[in-house]
Design a protein. Sequence first.
Length: 269
Amino acid sequence: MTLFGKLVADNNDNNNVIPDCPPGFRGDDCNSPICKTGCHSTHGYCNEPNECKCKFGWTGEFCSLCVPMPGCIHGSCSKPFECRCEEGWSGMFCDKPTCKPGCHPQNGYCEHPGECRCRFGYRGDNCTECATMPGCQNGDCENPLDCNCFKGWTGLFCNIPICSEGCDLEHGWCRRPNECRCRVGWSGSNCSECVPYPGCKMGNCTQPWTCDCQPGWGGIDCSEKLDYCELNDNPCLNGGTCISVEKNDGNFICRCNLGFEGKRCERTK
């Protein structure tokens, strides 16, 4: 049957286009635009042929994608303004990572799912252990940022060893606990003995590198026996006393009796 020269479409089939409608339109009155192919029949619409405008809450080329809740970070949606969190994320905006199982809720935190980062003052896989003060070398803690020294160590950072008992700390030092290392010029288990002049024989020292001769000995290394007076006749006159000295000092000196003077006590005063 024809009507005004047009082929009439079945009234129960709205998708049949009347051949005589302008391109891009359909309907009995040819006033319904034909939307872009693939445009969602429920979530999209068009005012002009071959376009696809999305209804509120939908997006995409064919208006088949829902719009998630504004601010949704790690989530998706199956209907408009929903925020369904991805695995490992929680919160209204899916912005809170789920930390590693066992991570301490106060001492630890995470920036990505499955990790456990410790807050300042804590350590360990689950942030359940206290951390020592930064710089603490030989100590541990009972509370966060303690530095309780191990045996044999002292100082703010437990970095100073305690030397062996009796170690002379003026002349000795230690690099590890319970040892005593002598400074140059000192020796002995407690570094309290001075080192005499090299080759010192019949002498000792009160300061490093000295050689204080025993009675009857002289010379730079106390190896010269002072026995000139014992081996020779008394060179001193007028009752003077002979005292042996080093060869470089003349072998002897005379201690004169009262009223006499001179090398041999040969003159009267």
